[in-house]
Design a protein around this ligand. Structure first.
Ligand code: APR
Length: 258
């Protein structure tokens, strides 16, 4: 793994580890980029197959669901099929190892709706909900398939209705224009405002309020580290590690736990 990294990047990772090692409160925000190496397309990737003519931004909205619930539900069932057999990659595993073996206070926040952080063994707060949970769009009651053994129906695109109010069932995900879950946001704000180091991993930093957490951390004196394959509009970054999260994090965590 180390051999694949350039000498300049290894120097930067060393410098980053030294900066993090002396601090107590660490806040980490992850986005779709951390799951890309597990084979899950990011939101800004062009969609493929049946969905190549649709943009995620046009399907992941309450307006789209009200207009055409079948279309939006089918898209999520397709995404579930795409994600269900994916496993954590070295980036998720490294973060879990760090969280489990450190005396530092490490708060992991994700915008991702997959459960790869959990599968890796991390404790994580989800800002944008959970792909594998459903709820009623109308009365918000959570929905569980009455016959949980019906695996064949897992990705069925037939619309489901609420057992209480007959509203349509939707994934328990925060769509564009919807409020974040209050408790998750409070955890994120507290961790960002109280950390000495904030690490942004695999997020385009385009979608607020999550993208504002780095600014909140900076205003409170934290150093900001970004791990991303591409530049982002995040202007408060102190150290940028331009590489894949699955390449950077194993070495960074190895240095931190030495
Ligand atoms: N390692 C690190 N970064 C990567 C990798 C990788 N292997 N692959 C891609 N990236 C970066 C991309 O350069 C991009 O900046 O990950 C980022 C992914 O950006 P988005 O697709 O915009 O994902 P994210 O920032 O999580 O989106 C935020 O927007 O669509 C909504 O609610 C949805 O949670 C999502 C939110």
């Amino acid at each position: 793994m180390v051999a694949e990294l350039s000498a300049a990047l290894i120097v930067e990772i060393d410098r980053t580890a030294a900066l993090i090692a002396s601090q107590t409160n660490i806040c980490i925000l992850t986005g779709a980029g951390i799951s890309a190496e597990s084979g899950i397309p990011t939101f800004r990737d062009k969609q493929t197959g049946l969905w190549e003519n649709y943009r995620a931004e046009d399907l992941a909205t309450p307006e789209a669901f009200v207009r055409d619930p079948k279309l939006v539900w089918s898209w999520y069932q397709w995404r579930r099929q795409l994600v269900h057999d994916k496993a954590p990659n070295p980036a998720h595993l490294a973060l879990a190892e760090w969280q489990q073996n450190t005396n530092q206070r490490l708060t992991l926040i994700t915008q991702n709706v997959d459960d790869l952080h959990e599968q890796a063994g991390s404790q994580v707060t989800h800002l944008h909900g959970h792909l594998w949970r459903n709820r009623c769009h109308q009365c918000t009651a959570s929905y569980q398939e009455p016959d949980a053994d019906k695996q064949s129906q897992l990705f069925d695109d037939k619309l489901l209705t609420c057992l209480h109010c007959k509203g349509y069932i939707r994934p328990d995900i925060v769509w564009f224009g919807e409020a974040l879950p209050v408790e998750a946001w409070q955890i994120a704000e507290k961790a960002a405002a109280g950390c000495e180091v904030f690490i942004s991993i695999g997020t385009s930093s385009l979608v607020y309020p999550a993208a504002g957490l780095a600014q909140l951390a900076k205003q409170n004196g934290a150093k900001i580290i970004e791990i991303n394959t591409d530049p982002t509009p995040n202007t408060v970054v102190d150290i940028t590690l331009t590489a894949k999260a699955g390449e950077v994090l194993p070495l960074l965590v190895e240095l931190l736990l030495k």
